[in-house]
Design a protein around this ligand. Structure first.
Ligand SMILES: NC(=O)c1ccc[n+]([C@@H]2O[C@H](COP(=O)([O-])OP(=O)(O)OC[C@H]3O[C@@H](n4cnc5c(N)ncnc54)[C@H](OP(=O)(O)O)[C@@H]3O)[C@@H](O)[C@H]2O)c1
Length: 335
């Protein structure tokens, strides 16, 4: 019997989670929700997903000629687990509904750790969500940092990490947000990214700053980490190379920027041209004494997607071993 998954909030993250879940053989999408009869609702119907809507939106969908399977409450009833991909500020309201229906639920990185008390990253703490009713897949940036820092720390013990996040200002389908011709520093320092990493690696000393730049493709992180010992650049490269869902690329082979990374993702034939892996420039990894320097890029729309699949497996007790779940998800998604 496949685990029945409902997607609440069918936007950038929700639609990608739906595709990834349907690629697995141990879980299936039983419905998605939409509050407005937009092109995305019509496309969900085209893809064969039952569309559930708020009771008060039924008429609008009827007028638009978009078939509806029931209310959002109906979808919650029909699902074993809900992947909540709604925008911020709705979490408490929906949490009460999921709890009342006795259902499991996963939230995304826009919510705080305190909502669930458990945060998830497949590499770093798969088993902490084992059998849990509620969990939270950390944000795209936090996922990116954990994918590399966890194994670097495990192998070489990080004494201090200093990270600058160069953040995309909007997703590619977003024409509302900016800046479109400016660079905007986050002045609330240190930024929330360090504490978010600590929701999973509480022992890590990490310090973060961030600037928003006019691009939509990816975030880039510049990372400086003081390690517990003097190891070689080659030793670090081997560890980064072995991290799950991390791809090494070379500037000297033409991948000089996020533009070529996303071109590579399209060439790989990925759904929606997504790059699920965190991309590290191999020729940009350097040890000087005990200080490690490297750059990595994060496709914000997609790196958390396989994490949601693994989180479902852990919460629904489908696979005990983290590495086995990661491998299964990756194979089904072509990673
Ligand atoms: N985009 C990213 O880069 C990114 C990366 C990692 C994590 N996240 C996190 O993922 C979560 C979702 O972000 P997103 O980027 O996917 O947002 P998004 O593209 O704005 O999608 C959210 C969707 O929720 C729907 N929605 C609005 N009100 C709703 C309600 N009351 N009930 C049910 N659905 C409702 C909206 O569609 P309708 O109103 O048309 O139904 C919208 O399409 C956030 O926590 C965010 O922080 C985002």
């Amino acid at each position: 019997m496949k685990v029945k998954v409902g997607i609440n909030g069918y936007g950038t993250i929700g639609k990608r989670v739906a595709t990834a879940v349907n690629q697995q053989d141990d879980m299936e999408i039983i419905g998605i929700t939409k509050t407005r009869p937009t092109y995305e609702a019509r496309d969900a119907v085209r893809q064969g997903y039952p569309v559930y809507v708020p009771a008060e939106s039924m008429d609008a969908f009827k007028d638009a000629g978009i078939p509806v399977a029931g209310t959002i409450d109906d979808m919650i009833k029909a699902a074993d687990i809900i992947v909540d991909c709604t925008p911020g500020k709705l979490a408490e309201e929906y949490k009460a509904k999921y709890a009342a229906a006795g259902k499991k639920a996963i939230w995304q990185g826009g919510e705080d750790h305190s909502l669930t008390g458990i945060s998830f990253n497949a590499t770093a703490n798969y088993s902490e969500s084992w059998g849990a009713q509620f969990s939270r897949v950390v944000s795209c940036n936090t996922t990116g940092l954990l994918r590399t820092l966890f194994n670097i720390d495990k192998n070489f013990k990080i004494k201090n990490a200093y990270v600058t996040l160069i953040r995309r200002s909007a997703d590619p389908n977003d024409s509302k947000n900016g800046p479109i011709n400016a660079i905007e520093p986050s002045v609330k320092l240190p930024t929330h990214h360090g504490p978010d990493v600590q929701s999973i690696m509480p022992w890590l000393s990490i310090n973060t700053m961030a600037v928003k730049v006019p691009t939509t493709l990816m975030h880039v992180h510049t990372i400086v980490a003081e390690l517990g010992s003097e190891v070689t650049t080659e030793q670090v490269k081997e560890v980064i190379k072995a991290c799950p869902r991390v791809r090494l690329v070379k500037s000297k082979e033409g991948i000089k920027s996020t533009a070529q990374i996303m071109d590579l993702a399209r060439e790989l034939g990925r759904t929606r041209g997504d790059m699920f892996e965190i991309v590290v420039w191999e020729d940009g990894i350097k040890m000087v004494g005990n200080v490690l320097y490297y750059y990595q890029a994060v496709n914000q729309e997609s790196d958390v997607i396989p994490e949601n699949v693994d989180c479902i497996r852990s919460m629904c007790k489908l696979e005990k071993d983290a590495a086995a779940s990661i491998a299964k998800t990756n194979k089904a998604m072509g990673i």
